[in-house]
Design a protein around this ligand. Structure first.
Ligand SMILES: *Cc1c(COP(=O)(O)O)cnc(C)c1O
Length: 230
């Protein structure tokens, strides 16, 4: 299957999931996760109409993004090391993977040096997995107000990567918990958090039914990832 036909299939699935849950498809942004795929694949996806792309490593993004059409919007979706904050702030329009207070401080500093500010999402480790980064649902609320005081960061919402499962229904409770946590955070901040980034190739339809506004889809668009970054 071509990248374009994969995208058309996914767009239909997005529409159907929105129909089932009484939502408007314009509320859901498809971010194409291009990690491990070459810039040519990105260009194909862009030619099929996609504008938002996600990468999980700064090093790979730094090589790839300059080769891609300059009109595209790039999100960082993987763990960021503090020594890469400066590069990340220059490359990405949004950092979805802010997973600790110390990282948030470092990104804020890097944005300040650059004279810019940056939309971010706070990553939540919804299943408490040892292998994953992110705030726990318990610790995030306590950090929210001081995160909100970082003048160069704009908190747009929350992001989560539930445990992978071939049965998408198993992810539903995690998506619902993230949506509940968002409400709690909005109460604390007394401000809307419009973005819920949840749902990947295997479970984006369930995520949309639970209120996702950004889905991050790699394999279903580009096929299996190679072993090494392209
Ligand atoms: C790789 C990745 C994705 C995409 O995963 P697929 O299963 O290939 O759709 C989404 N989100 C994050 C954070 C990722 O690292």
């Amino acid at each position: 299957m071509s990248i374009e036909s994969n995208i058309r299939t996914i767009q239909k699935q997005i529409e159907q999931a929105c129909e089932r849950s009484g939502r408007n498809p314009s509320e859901v942004t498809l971010v194409a996760v291009s990690k491990f795929h070459p810039w040519k694949a990105v260009r194909e996806a862009a030619e099929a109409g996609l504008q938002f792309f996600g990468e999980n490593r700064v090093q790979e993004a730094k090589l790839k993004i300059p080769q891609c059409p300059s009109s595209l919007h790039w999100h960082l979706i993987g763990h960021l090391q503090s020594n890469k904050c400066r590069d990340a702030v220059g490359l990405f329009e949004m950092i979805q993977s802010v997973d600790s207070w110390s990282l948030a401080e470092q990104i804020n500093k890097a944005a300040e040096k650059r004279g810019s500010s940056l939309p971010i999402l706070l990553e939540v480790n919804v299943a408490g997995e040892a292998s994953k980064f992110g705030y726990s649902s318990e610790t995030l609320p306590g950090d929210l107000l001081k995160l909100n005081d970082l003048s160069r960061l704009e908190i747009h919402g929350l992001m989560a990567i539930p445990p992978w499962t071939p049965q998408p229904e198993k992810a539903r409770a995690h998506f619902r918990n993230l949506a509940d946590l968002r409400k709690k955070c909005e109460d604390i901040l007394q401000a809307p958090l419009p973005v819920l980034s949840m749902g990947m190739s295997s479970d984006f339809e369930v995520a949309i039914e639970e209120g996702s506004t950004i889905i991050r889809v790699g394999t279903a668009i580009f096929g299996e990832r190679g072993r090494f970054p392209a």
